[in-house]
Design a protein around this ligand. Sequence first.
Ligand code: MLT
Length: 404
Amino acid sequence: MTKINKDYLKLPGSYLFSMIGKKVNEYAAANPDKKIIRLGIGDVTQPLPAKVISQLHEAVDEMAVKETFKGYAPDLGYEFLRTAIAENDYRARGCDISPDEIFVSDGAKCDSGNIQEIFATDNRIAVCDPVYPVYVDSNVMAGRAGDYIEDKGCFSNVIYMPCTAETGFAPEIPSEVPDIIYLCFPNNPTGATVTRSELQKWVDYANEKEAVIIYDAAYEAYIRQEDVPHSIYECAGADTCAIELHSFSKNAGFTGVRLGYTVIPKKLVREGVSLHSLWARRHSTKYNGAPYIVQRAGAAVYSEEGKAQVKALVDYYMENATYILNGLKKAGYTVSGGVNAPYIWLKTPDNMTSWEFFDHLLTKVNVVGTPGSGFGPHGEGYFRLTAFGSHENTVEAIDRIVSM
Ligand code: MLT
C-alpha cells in the first residue's frame, strides 16, 4: 500500500497567499459591484522593460531557425547570463563570485524551497519571525521542523528569531545554535534591512558555528541607503558560510516569466563536502533549466538600456512605497519598511488581530493586504501592504484607508 508523506499533514491551513486569494475571490463573487484593490501578494503590475521584450522576440525568432535553435540549456545556465550576473551583481560590488558559482533557475521561490534538500533532516533551522512562509513550509515537508504547536503557531524543532519593533524588525543571534539560518534582506514581509556591519556579525557567527546562511536577496534592487549591503558576499568570509538566492521577479517584473539564480561559492564546504557539488548534482538530476528565451530576456536586464529601464521600474514602485508610508504615517498609523523595500509593515489599529484588520479593510474599503500573523506568531497585530500596484490603485487604496 502506498504511504503518503505525513509531514505534509503537519502544515496548518493552505499556503498563505492561496488562502488570501480564496477569501478575496469569495468576497468578489458576493460583491460584484465593488472595485477591489489588491495590495496583498507581492506580484508586479507593470509591463516588462522594453529591452527585455525585444530580446524575448529575438530569441523566439532564433528558435524558428535550424542554425540558431536551442534544445536543453546547460546544467548551470547559459554562460552569457552567468557571466553578466557575475560581472554586474558581484564583481562590480567587489564580491569575488565567478560565473561557475552561479546556478540559473526558474526563480527564487523554487530555489528557497528546494535548497534544503542538500542538508540532512536532523539539521535545525533558524528563521526570522515573521518570515516568508516558504522557508518554514519546505522544511516541514522535509520532516525537519518537528510538530506544529497550535496555541503558539509555530513548529517544535524550528528556532524562531523574533523580529520586533524593539529590534527594528531585525533578528538577534539566537540562544540555541542553529545549523541552517535563513535570512532575507531587504526583508519580506517587514521591509527591514541590516547594515553591512550587522550582517558581518551573522557571517562571523555562522563561520564560528559551522552553520550555513541561506540569504534571500530577492529585493536588493530596492536598496537606497549606502550602508545596506546588496549581497551577503560584501561581508568578509561569507564565501565559506553563505548561499545567496536572487530573483528577476521583483526588479525586472519576471513574476510570470520565471527566472532566478542561486550562488554557492566553491569554498563552501561542510563535513568535507562542497555544497556546490551537491546542488549541482541535484540541479542536473531534477531540473532542465530555465528556457533559452527567458535566459536571453534575463541577460537584457544587464545591458545599458535594460539597466536604465529596470531602474525606472523600481523607482516607479518605490514612489508607491513612499506614498503608502507617508499617507499612513500622516493618518496616525505606526508604519515601517518602504524605504529600502517594496513592502510596508504597519501596526493594526485598535488592537485588531491581523486577520480582523484584513476583513475590516476588505469589507469597509475593498483593499486587500496580507495579515502579519500569516508570516509567523510575531507578525500578529501587524499587516503588510505591497508597493507593486499601479500608481492609480495605490493612491486610491491609501486614500480609502486614510478616510476610513
Ligand atoms: C510575497 O507576496 O511575499 C511574494 O510575492 C512571494 C513570492 O515572491 O513568492
